[in-house]
Design a protein around this ligand. Structure first.
Ligand SMILES: Nc1nc2c(c(=O)[nH]1)N[C@H]1C(S)=C(S)[C@@H](COP(=O)(O)OP(=O)(O)OC[C@H]3O[C@@H](n4cnc5c(=O)[nH]c(N)nc54)[C@H](O)[C@@H]3O)O[C@H]1N2
Ligand SMILES: Nc1nc2c(c(=O)[nH]1)N[C@H]1C(S)=C(S)[C@@H](COP(=O)(O)OP(=O)(O)OC[C@H]3O[C@@H](n4cnc5c(=O)[nH]c(N)nc54)[C@H](O)[C@@H]3O)O[C@H]1N2
Ligand SMILES: [Mo]
Length: 757
C-alpha cells in the first residue's frame, strides 16, 4: 500500500472549539465543492433520514430522530452520501489506460477519488488490466469457479455492513443453498464481542434501549467511542441530556471532542449564535484495556455503599430476574483496590466518583463501541457492563439498559437477517422449511478464519459484498498474500479500492447501485430496509439517477451469481428481484419479529424488532439474566512497551480517507502519526513531529514495523498510544485475535517506539 504523501506541512494545534457547529459546516462546504456536488448534494441531503420516503444515511447506525426532525443529519453523513453521489466516473477507458501493477502504486485516496464504477469488469492476466465483461458472462465466470470446487466450503462470502436487509437475506440464502456457512462480515472486527456477551448474559445479541430511553435517562456512561466523528448524531442526544440535567460520564483514554462541548448538528439558531452545550459532567481516562477493572471498581464501590445504604443495590430485581449475584459480589469484594487501580490506571477516588454518579441515578444507560470490544477480553468487559447494570436493575425499564453503538448503517440488520458464521439451529430449521433448502449445520469461517484458510489453499473463491476486505482486515501483507492465493475474487463495489488490486488468479469487479440511487425493477421502483443500532427497521428509497445505466442493484447481482452457481435451484431468484416485497414476504416467515413485514416496514417510522430482554424475558440457559465472574486480565504493558489503539480520524470512513486532517484532535496534513504521552516521548528522546519507528510484537513473538511515523504529544495515559487504521493494520498480527470473540485485537497492540535512524 502506498501512502498519500501530503504536500502540505503537518500541523498540530489542540482543538478548543465545540464539536460540530461552524467547523463542521465549513468542512462540509469544502467537501461539496471538491466533489463538485453543489447542485444535487444539498437537495439529496435534505431527503436523508426523512420519515416517509427518503433514503437512510449510508453512514453510521445511529437511529433517526423519531419526532419527525426534518434535518437529522451531520457533517460526516453529508460527506458520506456526497462521496457516493460524486459526478466522477471510472470507466473502461480508465482501466484500458492503467495496468493493475501501475494502479497498485496509487494511494487509497487516489483510487477512490476516481469516482463511481460504471460497468462490470474482468481481470485479464495477459495485459494485467481490468476489461469490460457482460453481466451474464461475469455471472458465468463465478458459476464455473464454484463448479470447480471440491466443496462449497472452499468459498467464502464477506459482507460489509451497508448491505440492505433484502439483499442480505438473499446473500445468506445463496451461501447456504450452495452449502456453506462461510459468512465472514465486518462485525467479526467490530461488535462480535458485544453480541456474544449480551447473548450469554441476557439472551439477546443486541442492546435493549432506544432513543426514547436516551431522552429519559438520568446518567449516561459513554465508553470507548469517538462520537463526534463516528456517531455525530449522538451529540444531539448528549447535549439534550446535559440540558435537562442528566449526568454524562465519558470513559476513554483520550478526551474526545464529544466529551466536552458541542453545537448540535442541526441546530442552526445555536450555530448562528455560537452557543455550545456541554456534553460531559465527568471524564475518566483509563489506560487502554483498563475498562474492565474500572467497571469492577465501580461495582465494588456500589457494594461498599450498600453496606450503609441497602438501596444502593436493587435486591428485588436481583432476586427476581438474575442468577450468579452472590458469586459476583464475592468476586468484587475479593478484588483489592490496589489491583483495580493498577489495572484500570484510574485512582480509587475517581472510580468512586463515577460509581456515585451511577448509584445516585435512578436510570442509567451504558453505551460503548470499539474501545471496549476490540480487545482480548472484550466479551468479559461487555459482561462486566451488564453486571453493573443488573446490580441496580437498570434493565427492562424506561431510561435504562445497555446500548452498544454499531458501526456501519446496517451491520445490525445483516446479523438479524442471517449473516452469521455460527447460525443457530432454530434459524436454520426455519430457513430449511420455508425456503426448501438443506442448509449446512457446521459452523463456517469468520474474517480471520477465511484469511487463514486462503493461505492453506482451503478457500479458493472469495466474494466481497461491499467493503474493502484487503485493507480492513489485520496484518495487511499477510491478508494481501492470502487474497492472491485465491482462484477467483469477486468484489461488489461502488468505487475502486485496494481490494480490486489485490486479487485472485481470476477477478471480477461488479459495480452496484448506491443507497442514494433509484432502484428500478420489473415491479417498479424498489426500496430496501435497514435496521439501526436500536433495532428500528425502516425503508430506504434512493432518489438519484444511477451513476451509470449498467449498474445492477445488490439483490440483482446476488440473484445473478446464485442462478449461475446453482443451476438446479428451486429458489425463485429472478422472481424475488422483480419485486422486493416478495423477498420480504419470505423473510417474514423465516425471521423472528418480522411478521407482517411488508405492512409494518411502511409505517412512518418503520417498526421496532421485539427485544425479549427488554421485556425481562431471558433466552439464557437459566432463563434469567446471568452475572459473570471473569478474572481481571493483566493489561499493564511491560517496561518500555506501549499499548497502541488503532482508530479512525475525523475525516475518514473506515478504509475511505477523505483528507489527511483530524480536526477535533487538532491535526492537519498528517496520517502517519502516533499519539503519545509527553512523558513517554521525553523518556525516549522523542520531540513533537519527530520521526519514529513503531514495532509491534505479536503473541507468537513475530514483529512488524512501520517506519518514519511522526510522534504527537497528546493527553493520553502513560503507557498508551494511538494512531490510525487502516494504515496501522500492518502492525496487527493475524494470530492476535481474542480467544473470547475471535475479534482481531485492534485496540491493544503491544509496540515499542524509537526515534528513526
Ligand atoms: N465518520 C465515520 N463514522 C463512522 C466510521 C468511520 O470510519 N467514519 N466507522 C463506523 C464503524 S464501521 C464503526 S465500528 C464505528 C466505530 O466507532 P468508534 O468506536 O468510535 O471507532 P474508533 O475510531 O476505532 O474509536 C475508538 C474510540 O475508542 C477509544 N479507545 C481506544 N482504546 C480504548 C480502551 O481501551 N478503552 C476505552 N474506554 N476507549 C478506548 C479511542 O480513544 C476512540 O475514542 O463508527 C462508525 N461510524
Ligand atoms: N486496525 C483496525 N482495523 C479495523 C478497525 C479498527 O478499528 N482498527 N475497524 C474494523 C471495523 S469496525 C470495520 S467495520 C472494518 C470495515 O471494513 P469494510 O466494511 O470492509 O470497509 P469499508 O472501508 O467500510 O468499505 C469501503 C468500500 O465499500 C464500498 N461501498 C461503499 N458503498 C457501497 C454500497 O452501497 N454497496 C457496495 N456493495 N459497496 C459499497 C466501496 O467500494 C468502498 O471502497 O474495518 C475493520 N478494521
Ligand atoms: Mo465497524
Amino acid at each position: 500500500m502506498s501512502e498519500r504523501a501530503s504536500q502540505e506541512q503537518p500541523e498540530f494545534r489542540p482543538y478548543h472549539h465545540p464539536a460540530a457547529g461552524w467547523g463542521a459546516a465549513r468542512s462540509v462546504t469544502e467537501f461539496l465543492v471538491r466533489e463538485r456536488e453543489l447542485v444535487d448534494g444539498p437537495r439529496a441531503i435534505m431527503r436523508m433520514n426523512h420519515e416517509n420516503g427518503g433514503f437512510d444515511c449510508p453512514g453510521c447506525a445511529w437511529p433517526d430522530d423519531t419526532k419527525g426532525l426534518h434535518l437529522d443529519i451531520c457533517e460526516n453523513g453529508i460527506k458520506h452520501v456526497t462521496w457516493e453521489m460524486t459526478r466522477k466516473r471510472v470507466g473502461a477507458e480508465f482501466f484500458a489506460a492503467h495496468t493493475v501493477a501501475e494502479l497498485s502504486e496509487w494511494s487509497d485516496f487516489e483510487l477512490e477519488d476516481q469516482g463511481r464504477l460504471t460497468e462490470p469488469l474482468r481481470y485479464d492476466p495477459e495485459t494485467d488490466r481490468y476489461v469490460p465483461v457482460s453481466w451474464p458472462e461475469a455471472f458465468a465466470i463465478f458459476g464455473r469457479a464454484m463448479a470447480e470446487l471440491d466443496s462449497p466450503d472452499q468459498a467464502s462470502f464477506y459482507t460489509s455492513g451497508r448491505l440492505g436487509n433484502e439483499a442480505t437475506f438473499l446473500y445468506q440464502l445463496m451461501a447456504r443453498e450452495l452449502g456453506t456457512n462461510n459468512l465472514p462480515d465486518c462485525s467479526n472486527m467490530c461488535h462480535e464481542a458485544s453480541g456474544r456477551a449480551l447473548q450469554a448474559a441476557l439472551g439477546t445479541g443486541k442492546g435493549t434501549v432506544d432513543l426514547k430511553d436516551w431522552e429519559m435517562t438520568d446518567a449516561l456512561f459513554i465508553m470507548g467511542v469517538n462520537a463526534a466523528s463516528n456517531a455525530p448524531r449522538m451529540l444531539t442526544s448528549l447535549a439534550e441530556a446535559y440540558r435537562r440535567g442528566a449526568q454524562i460520564v465519558h470513559i476513554n483514554p483520550l478526551v474526545e471532542a464529544a466529551a466536552t462541548r458541542t453545537i448540535i448538528p442541526h441546530d442552526f439558531a445555536r450555530m448562528a449564535t455560537f452557543k455550545a452545550t456541554r456534553t460531559s459532567t465527568l471524564n475518566v481516562q483509563p489506560r487502554i484495556g483498563g475498562d474492565m477493572a474500572l467497571l469492577r471498581g465501580m461495582a465494588k464501590a456500589v457494594f461498599e455503599e450498600a453496606e450503609h445504604d441497602p438501596k444502593a443495590v436493587d435486591a428485588e430485581f436481583v432476586e427476581r430476574y438474575t442468577t450468579g449475584f452472590d458469586a459476583y459480589r464475592a468476586l468484587c469484594e475479593a478484588t483489592p483496590w490496589a489491583e483495580i487501580e493498577r489495572q484500570s490506571g484510574v485512582s480509587r477516588a475517581v472510580i468512586t466518583a463515577a460509581a456515585r454518579v451511577y448509584s445516585e441515578a435512578d436510570r442509567s444507560i451504558f453505551s460503548w463501541c470499539l474501545g471496549i470490544t476490540q480487545h482480548e477480553h472484550g466479551v468479559d468487559t461487555v459482561r462486566e457492563i451488564v453486571n453493573l447494570l443488573l446490580l441496580r436493575g437498570n434493565l427492562g425499564r424506561e431510561g435504562a439498559g445497555p446500548s452498544p453503538v454499531r458501526g456501519h448503517s446496517n451491520v445490525q440488520g445483516n446479523r438479524t437477517c442471517g449473516i452469521d458464521h455460527r447460525p443457530d439451529e432454530a434459524f436454520l430449521d426455519r430457513l430449511a422449511e420455508v425456503c426448501g433448502i438443506e442448509p449446512p449445520r457446521a459452523h463456517g469461517l469468520d474474517t480471520i478464519g477465511t484469511i487463514e484458510a486462503m493461505h492453506r489453499g482451503e478457500v479458493k473463491v472469495f466474494v466481497g459484498m461491499g467493503g474493502n476486505f484487503a485493507l480492513a482486515a489485520p496484518d495487511t501483507p499477510h491478508t494481501f498474500a492470502a487474497l492472491r492465493e485465491c482462484e477467483l475474487t469477486v468484489q461488489v463495489s461502488t468505487k475502486l479500492n485496494r481490494s480490486h488490486l489485490v486479487h485472485g488468479k481470476q477477478a471480477l469487479i461488479l459495480p452496484c447501485l448506491g443507497r442514494t440511487e433509484k432502484d428500478h425493477q420489473r415491479g417498479g421502483l424498489q426500496a430496501t430496509s435497514v435496521e439501526d443500532s436500536m433495532s428500528m427497521v425502516h425503508l430506504s428509497r434512493g432518489m438519484k439517477r444511477p451513476a451509470s445505466p449498467h449498474l445492477l442493484s445488490e439483490p440483482a447481482i446476488i440473484a445473478g451469481l446464485a442462478a449461475a452457481a446453482l443451476p438446479g435451484s428451486r429458489t425463485p431468484w429472478q422472481h424475488y428481484v422483480e419485486d422486493y416485497d416478495r423477498i420480504r414476504d419470505t423473510m417474514a416467515q423465516v425471521l423472528d419479529g418480522f411478521e407482517d413485514f411488508n405492512r409494518r416496514v411502511r409505517l412512518p417510522l418503520g417498526f421496532r424488532i421485539r427485544q425479549p430482554a427488554r421485556e425481562l424475558v431471558f433466552h439464557t440457559p437459566s432463563g434469567r439474566a446471568e452475572f459473570s465472574t471473569a478474572a481481571l486480565p493483566d493489561v499493564v504493558p511491560a517496561a518500555g512497551v506501549l499499548a497502541l489503539g488503532t482508530m479512525r480520524s475525523h475525516d475518514q470512513w473506515n478504509t475511505t480517507i477523505y483528507s489527511d486532517d483530524d480536526r477535533y484532535r487538532g491535526i492537519k496534513n498528517l496520517r502517519t502519526l502516533i499519539f503519545m504521552n509527553a512523558e513517554d516521548m521525553r523518556e525516549r528522546g522523542i520531540g513533537e513531529f519527530d520521526r519514529v519507528d513503531i514495532t509491534s510484537t505479536a503473541r507468537d513473538g513475530s514483529t512488524r514495523t512501520l517506519n518514519r511515523y511522526q510522534a504527537i504529544p497528546y493527553d493520553i495515559p502513560r503507557g498508551c498510544a494511538a494512531g490510525y487504521m487502516p494504515e496501522m493494520n500492518a502492525l496487527c498480527a493475524i494470530g492476535d485475535y481474542s480467544t473470547q470473540s475471535d475479534q482481531p485485537i485492534m485496540k491493544h497492540v503491544s509496540v515499542t517506539v524509537e526515534p528513526s535512524a
